[in-house]
Write a protein that binds this ligand. Structure first.
Ligand SMILES: C[S@@+](CC[C@H](N)C(=O)[O-])C[C@H]1O[C@@H](n2cnc3c(N)ncnc32)[C@H](O)[C@@H]1O
Length: 260
């Protein structure tokens, strides 16, 4: 005989001949329950280079490296992503998985301005941050772009916003796997989802096949993640995969390329 209920806090079991005994279960929360409550859980953390990031205690996960949020974003996404793609193109289409704090978007905007490159930036976000949280981030101040940083966050979702002569932003609100994105069109993908430990469902072969389809031939996907299993999954999805030196605190990062 087994008694209990779906949320599964307490089960009372009888093993016929013996006395009843009780098993206590921690309630089973679905992954999304935690992520959906992110804003009530999130805390700010100052990282080694002075830039702030967000920490999700329930998952023991930060939005960026604690060895330097801005340093990591510059290294992984700008230096090893945008800069490489901009070598042979003056107009780039970039897709970001996870808009989050908007740090990558701001760095990409500043890169476009400085290098006079036209960037069409599409970013997807399933769990947009509350304004109070955004106001605690110090990227705008540090990069002398306070106004632009606020605009990145306050501009409406699901519409194109030309934010200056070189940079337009389209923020897609929702799960990137369900977004209506044009195939064969992106030069660079910033794959900046939470780590495989936290969101394993976003590091599957299906997801990498989808990313492969979205990339322009010769296009690249960059990510901070350098796990062997992730690289094998990328290869199985069709990518050629490079290991690159990582940002401070990480030995490696990954760049994956779609064939020409
Ligand atoms: C590691 S954080 C990085 C965010 C951002 N690039 C930044 O610099 O702050 C991962 C982001 O992915 C978002 N995310 C998680 N699952 C997602 C999904 N299925 N579709 C789109 N975004 C998602 C999270 O809410 C979070 O903002």
């Amino acid at each position: 005989m087994l008694q209990g209920f779906d949320g599964g806090m307490l089960f009372r079991t009888f093993d016929h001949s013996k006395r009843p005994f009780f098993l206590i279960f921690v309630p089973l929360l679905k992954k999304d329950d935690l992520l959906l409550n992110m804003d009530s859980n999130l805390r700010t953390v100052t990282t080694a280079d002075g830039s702030v990031t967000l920490f999700l205690p329930d998952r023991d996960e930060t939005y960026h490296s604690v060895h330097g949020a801005e340093t990591e974003s510059m290294h992984v996404f700008i230096k090893n992503g945008l800069e490489v793609a901009a070598n042979d193109k003056a107009k780039l289409k970039v897709l970001e998985i996870g808009f989050g704090t908007g740090l990558n978007a701001l760095l990409a905007l500043l890169f476009a301005e400085k290098n006079q490159i036209a960037i069409e930036f599409v970013s997807t976000e399933k769990y947009p941050l509350q304004k109070e949280m955004v106001l605690q981030l110090n990227y705008g101040k540090r990069l002398l772009a306070d106004e632009l940083f606020l605009q990145l966050h306050t501009c409406s979702w699901n519409e194109v916003h030309p934010l200056n002569a070189h940079f337009s932003l389209f923020k897609h609100e929702g799960d990137f796997r369900e977004a209506n994105l044009e195939a064969n069109s992106y030069d660079v993908i910033f794959f900046d989802a939470f780590a495989p430990r936290v969101q394993p469902e976003l590091w599957t072969i299906e997801v990498f096949q989808q990313m492969y389809r979205l990339l322009h031939p010769g296009g690249i996907l960059v990510t901070y993640c350098a796990k062997g299993e992730v690289k094998r999954t990328m290869k199985a999805a069709g990518f050629s995969v490079e290991r690159l030196p990582g940002p401070p605190g990480k030995r490696e990062m990954t760049r994956a390329r779609k064939s020409d």
